[in-house]
Design a protein around this ligand. Structure first.
Ligand SMILES: Nc1nc2c(ncn2[C@@H]2O[C@H](COP(=O)(O)OP(=O)(O)O)[C@@H](O)[C@H]2O)c(=O)[nH]1
Ligand SMILES: [Mg+2]
Length: 438
């Protein structure tokens, strides 16, 4: 068993994203709140060098895991058990009269753990309040927002000129705690997993497995899995590689066969009837051992999360979950990926392509010029036609006026020739005195 220490940097940020300060080693004068703790036993991430190359080992790993589930399901206890350190101290339950929060909070705790020269910057994101309200319809929303804002912060760092010091605060795994009801998934479980499965590696866990018998657990697991399948929920699956040896394949299958992991958590040591000291829970009828594979799936869960697939979880988060989110986001902003940057360039083909493009451009310009010309001609024609019509109308008016004048003169001429006075009406009007004026 190896000896090592862990320093716990309790950096609790309610309702928000930790700003990355939690991850780097707490080595500044400003970090006086660092608690140094001695770990109780071997955790197992010293196996990481077998998972990735040495460079990242020297730099240390950033790994963020999130725990989600109704309160009292043993999330904090399991985190303590997993990382073998009291990240979460025992909490006094709230008195009945206390004000209770009305929303899901997001709290993150960072810890730097070192094991056999391998540094792990661990962040655990807790989500107290999830599922605790009368109406839990949107319990998943603040959690999704938190995961996406972590993607946002990573994207923003990627876009910086200096990309040397990228802090990876993305959530690499989400342990979802299912209540050991023995029935099937609840609405809130299905809704959460449906909303989150494309954003985070989901690892379903049956909490407090010591409250069920082996047969009940087997039946419950089958029902949970069929619910997950029915709702098309994607849970994290360990990848299999072609050239792997039989032992590794068998191990992967063994881990996969335990999903959803039925776990028991405890950060206390208890004595077994045969005199051993183990992490477990003591009951009048016996002791449930956390690290005993006959008692629960804790060992397999730790193997999946820490010893074997930590790098795969990080990789899948980066290559698939983050990448899909990024593409969607950029598309939403109207920025499309320029596929040509990925193409291999063949000079002849490139020239041909450019010529075709140039010709197409010329043809387009010609067509445009033609169109403009035609448009101008049409406009001119329309104008000419209009002024012609105007001229014609004026000509007709003048002709009509002249004709009228001619007729009047004709009438006068007739009257003069016949010897009648030119304005007989004028005199008669004056005489009768009926019509005024004129
Ligand atoms: N029976 C049983 N009790 C557990 C288990 N894990 C935690 N508990 C107990 O459940 C209570 C709530 O645990 P806690 O870790 O605070 O739950 P959280 O609210 O989900 O963080 C505590 O009294 C724990 O001792 C478990 O695996 N089995
Ligand atoms: Mg808790």
């Amino acid at each position: 068993m190896s000896e090592y220490t862990a320093s716990v940097n309790e950096d609790v940020v309610p309702n928000g994203v930790d700003n990355g300060d939690a991850a780097p080693p707490p080595s500044g004068p400003g970090l006086s709140n660092v608690i140094r703790k001695k770990l109780m036993g071997y955790v197992g991430f010293a196996n990481l060098p077998n998972q990735v190359h040495r460079k990242s080992v020297r730099k240390g790993f950033q790994f963020t895991t999130m725990v989600v589930g109704e309160s009292g399901l043993g999330k904090s206890t399991l985190v303590n058990t997993l990382f073998n350190t009291t990240l979460y101290p025992a909490k006094e339950p709230l008195p009945p009269s206390a004000e209770r929060p009305k929303t899901v909070a997001i709290e993150s705790i960072g810890a730097d753990i070192e094991e056999n020269g391998v540094r792990l910057h661990l962040t655990v994101v807790d989500t107290p309040g999830f599922g605790d309200f009368v109406n839990n319809d949107d319990s998943w929303k603040p959690i999704l927002d938190n995961i996406e804002s972590r993607f946002d912060s990573y994207l923003e760092q990627e876009n910086r000129v200096n990309r040397q010091k990228i802090v990876d605060n993305r959530v690499h795994a989400c342990l979802y705690f299912i209540q050991p009801t023995g029935h099937s998934l609840k609405q809130i479980d299905v809704e959460f997993m449906r909303q989150l499965h494309t954003k985070v590696n989901l690892i379903p866990i049956i909490a407090k497995a010591d409250t069920m018998t082996d047969e009940e657990i087997a039946a419950f697991k089958a029902r949970v899995l069929s619910d997950i399948e029915y709702h098309n929920i994607h849970i994290f699956q360990a990848p299999t590689y072609d050239n792997e040896d039989e032992e590794t394949i068998a191990e992967a299958e063994e881990i996969a066969s335990k999903i959803p992991f039925a776990v028991v958590g405890s950060d206390k040591l208890v004595a077994t009837p045969d005199g051993r000291e183990v992490r477990g829970r003591a009951y009048p009828w016996g002791v449930v051992e956390v690290d005993n594979e006959d008692h629960c799936d804790f060992v397999k869960l730790r193997q999946m999360l820490v010893r074997t697939y930590m790098e795969e979880l990080r990789e899948y988060t980066n290559d698939v979950l983050y990448e899909n989110w990024r593409t969607e986001k950029l598309l939403g902003m109207g920025v499309a990926q320029d596929q040509t940057v990925f193409k291999e360039v063949n000079p002849a083909a490139r020239m041909q392509e450019e010529r075709v493009m140039h010709e197409a451009k010329l043809a387009k310009m010609e067509a445009e010029m033609k169109m403009v010309f035609q448009q101008k001609v049409q406009e001119k024609e329309a104008k000419l036609k209009q002024s012609e019509e105007e001229l014609y109308a004026r000509h007709k008016d003048m002709k009509d006026a002249l004709e009228k004048q001619r007729q009047e003169l004709e009438g006068k001429k007739g009257r003069i020739e016949s010897g009648r006075p030119l304005t007989p009406e004028k005199n008669s009007t004056r005489r009768k005195g009926v019509f005024g004026g004129r």
